[in-house]
Ligand binder design. Structure first.
Ligand SMILES: [Zn+2]
Length: 174
């Protein structure tokens, strides 16, 4: 069974009318997406699909909680996800996702795999700057990480810590 088999939505054989499907987005989902920035995930997705006139009108309701590292101290930060994504899917000669909320898939696909749609929808809810509320950061952690860097660590960690330094310099009062 493929990594994202659970995210297939059958389209071609679907009769007209209202259809529903549920998906779970756990931590494993983001590991399979090669995304290391998500510490853990507990998200549920409900799909309402209405097929009419060869159009598949899809509304995804996405709810749950992600844990992501705080930009400032790298400690886990709860990020609540409560969003909706609407897309109309239709069949055409070629795959085309150029239009907003309209997706054309080739006739050869009997189903649509929504894993990437859900991945993008969830990641878009994460703000550019995500930090603990004022005063809630783990100072000791930030300091320890700083020390760690002085001992010479990999570039990725160093870059992350430069950001921490920048944040601390920006907000000396906090
Ligand atoms: Zn923090």
């Amino acid at each position: 069974m493929g990594k994202f088999t659970a995210y297939k939505v059958q389209l071609a054989s679907l009769p007209d009318g209202h259809h529903e499907q549920d998906f779970e987005i756990g931590t494993e989902f983001f590991r399979n997406m090669e995304n290391r920035d998500i510490i853990s995930s507990d998200i549920y997705v409900h799909l309402d699909l209405v097929k009419k006139n060869d159009l598949y009108d899809c509304t995804f309701t996405v709810k749950g909680v992600l844990q992501i590292p705080c930009d400032r101290c790298l400690d886990p930060l709860d990020h609540e996800v409560d969003t909706e994504y609407h897309v109309v899917v239709k069949y055409g000669d070629n795959y085309d996702d150029g239009a907003d909320n309209l997706l054309t898939i080739p006739y050869s696909n009997s189903y649509l795999n929504v894993a990437y749609i859900l991945n993008d929808t969830i990641l878009l809810t994460i703000p550019m700057r995500h930090v603990h509320p004022l005063g809630k950061c783990n100072r000791a952690m930030a300091a320890a990480l700083n020390k760690h860097r002085s001992a010479g660590d990999d570039d990725e960690m160093a870059a992350a810590l430069d950001e921490v330094d920048a944040e601390l310099a920006e907000d000396p009062q906090d």
